[in-house]
Ligand binder design. Structure first.
Ligand SMILES: Cc1ncc(COP(=O)(O)O)c(C=O)c1O
Length: 480
């Protein structure tokens, strides 16, 4: 019998092409600084480079890889560029990329402990490490009443927290009968839009999300929260969830957790704390005050995929009472039954988030923590904060510019004093230059530029260059 030729890549080919891909990525990082940070393509330009139909027969790998340069790279906004100061960072790093590659190689689907015990146990262990590493409350550890799980995103974490809050408030009746329109959630006007989405998905209804006003520093006003809860109770509604933020997306504002937390305790309301970007700062003991009051929270999340040098997607989500979360999300069809689950001796992370399936995400986080060490992570965070604070001082010393709000950490919100139109033009000029990328927000209804220092590759010289370019843009646009 003649053996059919395999259609698969042989191990030898994989070795060869795998090396080529790693070389490609290394070359990319070596030259990333020279590439325009914000992709300059027009809508449809990338699709126009692609054939209308898929290939009937397989193509040589070299040609596929070549198309990364020809087709893909022009349409990439270089999030890994040291000149990326936009939004919040979405960091990658060598150890993280390699950890992710190994996760792909193992191709594990870790929905149950038994479908790959290492996938579950490493995740539990690394998240317990993280609790210690960041000075988080012991209750978030698997050895206590709670525990941590890696979610794809902070959006999913907020949603899971809301679902558990919903069930706790209704004694698990909403899971059975649906919501009756009486459950209410609270956050500030500055809270990330994912909470509004979560409220819609969880069936509370957007009208039952109260957006509480903020103070001068854009932090939630706890007195107004108390007032809103009182009014809702008087109206026969059921307050069930508060989301407080440590480092809002617009301006890095820090909601007052102690006051909010005491209110939630008193009222029996689930407090979720979203530290998506800024949470990473807690690796440094001197910044842990940002999380003062976290001990009142029922759940907390931060994204190593933002500022902790770990590729997207990696959100660490901690709960104080894992039973509430598991009871909310657990279902056990016959085909998932197994001895380990029945024994009660293992964690099945499928019960800790929305999807059933899950990747081996903890590998990349484990690699990052081991590669840099806790001291390395601290040093990087400290540098970013120091450079952002330096940048803020330069802004203050230049009378053409002003700070929109004192920058608490690594995000500087600033503007040219010439008004919205000038600021818009400055931002467009900078982004079209391809030399840096920054984004804007509106604070007190004024267009405000945001510069976030947190990209893995950023060095002090990039922040200096950014300031030089901003001054040059001001000169070009406002003539002063
Ligand atoms: C404070 C805050 N929360 C949540 C999110 C959503 O993050 P993710 O993309 O992980 O859902 C962001 C995104 O920037 C954020 O800034």
């Amino acid at each position: 019998m003649v053996e059919e030729k395999s259609l698969h890549m042989t191990p030898d080919e994989f070795r060869r092409y795998g090396r080529a891909v790693v070389d490609w990525i290394a070359d990319y990082y070596e030259k990333i600084e020279t590439l325009p940070v914000l992709s300059q393509v027009k809508p449809g330009q990338i699709r126009a480079l692609l054939p209308p139909k898929p290939p009937l027969n397989g193509e040589p790998f070299e040609i596929i890889l070549d198309d990364m340069k020809r087709v893909v790279l022009p349409g990439i906004t270089h999030w890994q560029s040291p000149n990326f100061f936009a939004f919040f960072p979405a960091n990658a790093s060598g150890p993280s990329i390699l950890g992710d590659l190994l996760s792909s190689g193992l191709g594990v689907q870790g929905m149950l402990w038994s479908t790959s015990p290492a996938c579950t146990e490493l995740e539990t262990h690394v998240l317990d490490w993280t609790v210690d590493m960041m000075g988080l409350p012991e209750k978030f550890k698997s050895t206590s009443t709670g525990g941590g799980v890696i979610q794809d995103s902070a959006s999913s974490a907020s949603l899971c927290a809301l679902l558990a809050a919903r069930e706790r408030a209704t004694k698990f009746a909403s899971n059975e009968k649906g919501c009756d329109g009486r459950l209410v959630a609270y956050s500030s006007t500055q809270t990330h839009s994912s909470v509004e989405k979560a409220v819609k998905i969880a069936g509370l209804g957007r009208q039952n999300l109260r957006l509480i006003d903020v103070d001068e520093k854009f932090a939630l006003r706890p007195d107004l929260l108390v007032e809103a809860i009182r009014k809702d109770r008087e109206a026969g509604l059921i307050p069930c969830y508060v989301c407080a933020t440590v480092g809002t997306t617009s301006s890095n504002a820090i909601d007052p957790l102690p006051e909010i937390g005491k209110t939630c305790r008193r009222e029996g309301i689930w407090l979720h704390v979203d530290g998506a970007m800024l949470g990473t700062a807690a690796v440094c003991p001197e910044f842990r005050h940002l999380l003062d009051g976290i001990e009142f929270s029922d759940s907390y999340c931060f994204n190593p995929h933002k500022w902790m040098f770990t590729n997207f997607d990696c959100d660490c989500f901690f709960v104080a009472d894992r039973a509430a979360l598991i009871h909310t999300l657990s279902i056990l069809p016959e085909y998932l039954r197994n001895q380990a689950t029945e024994s009660g001796a293992v964690i099945d992370y499928r019960d800790w988030h929305i999807p059933l399936g899950r990747r081996f995400r903890s590998l990349k986080l484990w690699f990052v923590i081991r590669h840099y060490g806790v001291e390395g992570l601290k040093a990087l965070v400290r540098r970013h904060v120091e450079w952002a604070q330096k940048f803020a001082r330069w802004v203050q010393e230049d009378n053409r510019f002003e700070l929109a709000v004192p920058p608490p950490m690594n995000l500087v919100c600033f503007r040219h004093v010439g008004g919205d139109e000038v600021n818009q033009k400055i931002m467009d000029w900078l982004n079209q230059s391809g030399k840096i990328y920054l984004t804007h927000t509106r604070l007190k209804d004024r267009l405000t530029l945001r510069l976030c220092v947190g990209q893995t590759q950023t060095e002090e010289r990039h922040v200096i260059q950014a300031w030089d370019l901003i001054r040059q843009a001001a000169q070009e646009i406002a003539g002063a």
